[in-house]
Each structure stands twice: as structure tokens, then as C-alpha cells.
Design a protein around this ligand. Structure first.
Ligand SMILES: [Zn+2]
Length: 176
């Protein structure tokens, strides 16, 4: 188990600003292969990275797809810090999508006037990771059904994220 490195916080802070308590986030390896050996999962704000991608510092990782996953998982930590129980929501999604949870829960269409929290938890995490991807890699968004989408299409949602306030204390939450 480790905490975020200084450079990982530097990578994340242009996206999350003060809406995240970076020091609460812990990273470890998904040694139990929860969701499969290639799966990374963030129940209760602790990130369990797939053994295939875990590293000591994602800011130094040359594999940008793995960096995308890092930002995606940190968004699940934000959900936890803002009172969403990702595990329960994930169970709900698994019922909805059945065995096709993995590919079908993540893609999204950005809709005018829709709130960040109107999207399911995997879409939220993919939206934020795609924004980071557009901002830093200048590549087409990975999970947006519209591959032509640009950074400006995300600004309303990013604004909501950054104005979501300081996290609630993890000690107020129910441990899972
Ligand atoms: Zn996810």
C-alpha cells in the first residue's frame, strides 16, 4: 500500500483542483484479481491496480493508456470522497449490463445540460480521464462515442467537478 507521489498529485491537480483530498488516496495491487486479472478497482477510495499495470509512480509511466486508467481510478476515489459508494453502484451496473459490464458501462455521449452525476460511475470516471487525455495527449477521447469531441465540450462538467467542494471526511463514511 502506498500514497500518491508528489508528481502524481501534480499530474492530477489541474483536473481535480481542490475537490479531492489527494492524501487520503492509497494505491495497491489487485492481488485477488477482483473483476479479473486485468481489472483495476477502487472500492472505498483505495485503488487496487491490476498487477499488469501497477507501478510506483504513474506520472513516470510511459504507457499513456495506463496513465488514463490511473486518472479513471482516481475519479472513483473522488466519488467515494463525495459520498458515492462505488461498490454498490458497480453492483447495480453489473445487474444492468450483466456479463457485458466491462465494455458497455464506459462509453458515453455528452449531453447539453446533463450533470456529471447524471452519468453512471464508469462514465463519470471515463469522462474525467478523457478530459485529462485531451488536455495532455491531444488524442481523440477514448470512451466518448463522438471521437471528434474537443476539450471545450467537457468544460461544463470539469467546472462541476472542480466546484464540487472539499471532500467529506472518510471517517464519516461506512467502511465496506
Ligand atoms: Zn472504473
Amino acid at each position: 500500500m502506498r500514497i500518491l507521489t508528489v508528481d502524481e498529485i501534480k499530474l492530477l491537480s489541474p483536473v481535480f483542483k481542490n475537490a479531492l483530498n489527494y492524501h487520503w488516496i492509497q494505491c495497491t495491487i489487485n492481488t485477488l484479481d477482483m473483476g479479473g486479472e486485468y481489472n483495476s478497482i477502487t472500492p472505498a477510495g483505495v485503488i487496487y491496480f491490476s498487477r499488469h499495470i501497477y507501478c510506483d509512480d504513474f506520472s513516470k509511466n510511459q504507457d499513456i493508456d495506463q496513465q488514463w486508467t490511473f486518472v479513471h481510478e482516481v475519479m472513483h476515489a473522488w466519488q467515494w470522497q463525495h459520498g458515492t459508494y462505488a461498490v454498490y453502484k458497480a453492483i447495480g451496473l453489473a445487474f444492468k449490463f450483466g456479463t457485458k459490464y466491462d465494455p458497455d458501462a464506459y462509453p458515453y455521449d455528452l449531453m447539453q445540460g446533463k450533470k456529471l452525476t447524471d452519468y453512471n460511475i464508469e462514465q463519470q470516471a471515463s469522462i474525467i480521464a478523457d478530459y485529462w487525455w485531451l488536455d495532455t495527449q491531444k488524442l481523440a477521447p477514448k470512451k466518448n462515442n463522438n471521437k471528434q469531441a474537443t476539450k471545450s465540450d467537457y468544460m461544463d462538467l470539469i467546472d462541476q467537478l472542480q466546484k464540487s467542494g472539499t471532500p467529506i471526511s472518510k471517517f464519516d463514511q461506512i467502511p465496506i
